[in-house]
Design a binder for this molecule. Structure first.
Ligand code: ADP
Ligand code: MG
Length: 687
């Protein structure tokens, strides 16, 4: 890096924060957007709101002491005059604006008091005879970091591009076979890079801004390919990794199913079959089960668990929240304990003797099934014979966590099997790319007799009406949720606000048994409240979004969601999935606060129109982007330089095909290609 001009050890250190360590990294640090500074606009024809480059002479510079001290510089070019306004400036800057000096500025014109103004423009003092030519290219704006300015980034990309052109020591290898390039009629790699860093003045600006210029698409394709290949490589590795074969007569599962009050749907049976086939092999399963809310994933997981237990191995079941872990502990307890299977429960809140006892049971193999939160995977938890890891609601866990878990139960060379379950369906093409390390099963059928949840949106001004309908429903023997979605930063404030709501509702509904659950309750309290609700001892459960995932109370048939406009579609769909679990008609009231933004209105409309999780996921992605939908923003994985999963969805099929070709014709290119785009992080999974 330091071979580049202007990059000393200090700058090199800062560039590392942008993941730029080599000249190649410089080339792959791509602009976020572009500005057009190729033409110099005569001042007389500048309009308010336009971004312009102007060049002219300083007429006057003065410091004004108004409400805010500011430096005003009047400039003119014979066609008109403009004022530059600076609020932050130093003496050196001030003294540079000498009457008669020439200056070139770039900024957005706004209406000012006397003339149009450029507030804090970028500017450069130039010679009096400076040409009136603009920049040669559109000006790239790069992702920057503190202490590394656009000018620095432009200077070093310039050098890297020159090296690329000379094809010297740092020439870039094109890892894609030419066959692929011609097939997709793609620009060559150096040409694409040059174009993206320095688009010509006549470039299609709209295409560039949208990221859909062929040069950008060429790079996006390569990036998606690299991601896809890295996940495929993980899967290949699994083929060479041993795992305990968990095959058996399935006597335990058969007994479980015989004891259930319902029969499995065809989809559940099929998915259980797919899981059993995986488990019987001597390599670790990595399977994603997608099934809409209420499709019955829990019993599928229980059957998988029993296969492991029957083969003499332990099972770890991890849920994203304590409440959900408790609930699973209870369902699994009801189902598995009668079969003589020992279960334990473990979360971060477990303390003292109880904790020690749990850890011992896990370590000595007296507990066959451990259920809990991610606390299960902390260092002090040591499984004696872990054979299967089940992760519920996987969109909350990222790829890195998934991989860390795979290593948790390793015994010598062996790894445990892994089953992940999600209620957030992911469109197929997307799944191929981002979950290429997993096999997928889909439970595409709901248990019979379910009726879609009737959904209405009602404004807060009709709150009283809504409260009366809760009154009526509960008097008729139904049960209801009232969900408070609060934006307060701290959990404490959220809980207080929920307490207020619960208080007001208790007052407004004197005949009903109202209870409150929120994140700050002790696990045991939460658990006993949920139990009471399940048994019908509570009519109205006021809750924060802690009930979002997995809570299962079939008799609850009415849900009020306050301020649904604050939540994403997937989250709302999850919440709504808490009702409509029994056979009676259920309803959901979206009690919104007017006025709604367009986006919020659209989100609520989607929810009213459809109950299909796949359709909702698709619309959610359009409205919010895949990063949010996949929950990757929180986990920081799947960050792309240039690709965008939604925009580039059309490329995904070609990515799959390209991956196959590349693996066939030049497998040796795979590793360097992955390293180019993902850096060393690509080797997650390598232990
Ligand atoms: P999810 O897929 O959202 O995790 P659950 O596993 O919680 O769904 O199941 C939702 C409800 O449906 C539970 O009460 C469960 O016992 C019940 N259930 C599961 N499978 C069936 C089935 N085949 N027929 C009837 N009810 C079922
Ligand atoms: Mg569930």
């Amino acid at each position: 890096m330091t071979a580049l001009r202007g990059v000393g050890p200090r700058v090199a250190e800062k560039l590392k924060r942008l993941n730029i360590c080599t000249v190649q990294d410089v080339l792959f640090h791509l602009p976020l957007r572009y500005e057009d500074r190729t033409r110099i606009t005569p001042m007389g024809s500048v309009r308010a709101g336009e971004q312009v480059v102007v060049q002219g002479e300083v007429d006057l510079a003065e410091v004004k002491f108004g409400r805010r001290r500011s430096l005003l510089v009047r400039i003119s070019d014979g066609t008109g005059a403009l004022t530059l306004r600076f609020f932050h400036f130093n003496a050196q800057q001030q003294s540079g604006f000498v009457r008669g000096r020439h200056v070139r500025c770039f900024g957005e014109a706004r209406n000012g008091t006397v003339t149009l103004e450029l507030v804090h423009p970028e500017y450069q003092l130039v010679a009096a005879d400076a040409t009136l030519e603009g920049e040669e290219h559109l000006t790239p704006i790069y992702p920057a970091t503190e202490g590394v300015h656009q000018l620095t980034l432009r200077a070093i990309t310039e050098q890297a591009l020159q090296q690329l052109e000379r094809g010297g020591a740092h020439a870039l290898t094109d890892w894609l076979p030419t066959r692929l390039e011609s097939q997709f009629r793609m620009t060559t790699l150096p040409a694409a890079l040059r174009y993206v860093h320095r688009p010509p003045p006549d470039a299609a600006v709209e295409l560039l801004a949208a990221g859909s210029h062929p040069a950008q698409q060429r790079l996006a394709y390569e990036e998606l390919l690299a991601h896809h290949l890295s996940l495929r490589r993980l899967r290949q590795r699994a083929e060479h990794t041993p795992a305990p074969p968990l095959a058996g007569k399935q006597q335990l599962a058969t007994r479980l199913l015989e004891g259930l009050p319902f029969t499995l749907t065809a989809a559940q049976t099929r998915v259980i079959g797919e899981i059993r086939a995986d488990l019987a092999r001597g390599h670790p399963m990595a399977r994603l089960v997608q099934g809409d809310v209420g499709s019955g994933k829990t019993v599928v997981a229980a059957c998988a668990a029993l296969a492991a237990v029957e083969a003499g191995y332990q099972v770890a079941l991890m849920a994203p929240t304590e409440l959900l872990a408790e609930q699973h502990f209870r369902s699994f307890g009801d189902w598995l304990a009668p079969l003589g299977v020992e279960l334990v429960w473990h979360t971060g809140k477990l303390k003292g003797k109880a904790r020690a006892a749990t850890l011992e049971a896990i370590g000595k193999d007296t507990a066959a099934v451990a259920i809990g939160t991610h606390a299960l995977f902390q260092d002090e938890v040591e499984f004696a014979r872990l054979g299967l890891v089940i992760i519920d609601e996987q969109h909350r866990f990222g790829v890195h966590q998934r991989l860390a878990l795979r290593d948790k139960g390793r015994a010598g060379e062996q790894r445990p099997h892994q089953l992940v379950m999600t209620a957030t369906p992911i469109p197929r093409t997307l799944a191929m790319t981002v979950y290429a390390d997993l096999d997928t099963s889909i439970i595409d059928e709901l248990p019979p007799g379910r009726q879609p949840v009737k959904t209405v949106a009602i404004g807060q001004e009709r709150r009283d009406e809504v409260i009366r309908s809760v009154q009526k429903a509960c008097t008729d023997g139904q049960q209801a949720y009232w969900v408070c979605t609060l934006i307060e930063e701290s959990e404490l404030l959220q809980c207080q606000a929920a307490e207020n709501t619960a208080g007001l509702l208790t007052e407004a509904l004197p005949g009903l048994r109202v209870a409150l659950v929120h994140g700050r309750l002790k696990a045991a309290e939460k658990e006993s409240l949920m139990q009471a609700f399940k048994q019908g001892d509570i009519d109205l459960l006021v809750a924060t979004t802690v009930i979002e995932v997995g809570v299962d109370v079939p008799n609850a048939s009415l849900m009020i969601i306050e301020n649904p406009e604050r939540l994403g579609l997937a989250q709302l769909h999850q919440l709504r999935g808490r009702v409509g679990r029994g056979s009676q008609q259920s309803s959901c009231v979206l009690l919104y606060q007017a006025p709604l933004s367009d986006n919020a209105r659209e989100r609520l409309a989607v929810l009213r129109e459809t109950g299909d999780g796949f359709e909702i996921a698709r619309r959610d992605m359009e409205l919010r982007g895949p990063g949010e939908v996949l929950g990757t923003r929180q986990t920081g994985e799947m960050q792309f330089h240039i690709a965008d999963l939604l925009r580039d969805e059309a490329l995904l099929e070609a990515v799959e095909a390209g991956a196959r070709q590349l693996l066939e014709c030049c497998p040796q290119n795979v590793a360097p290609l992955i390293r180019r785009w993902l850096g060393e992080a690509a080797d997650f999974g390598e232990v």
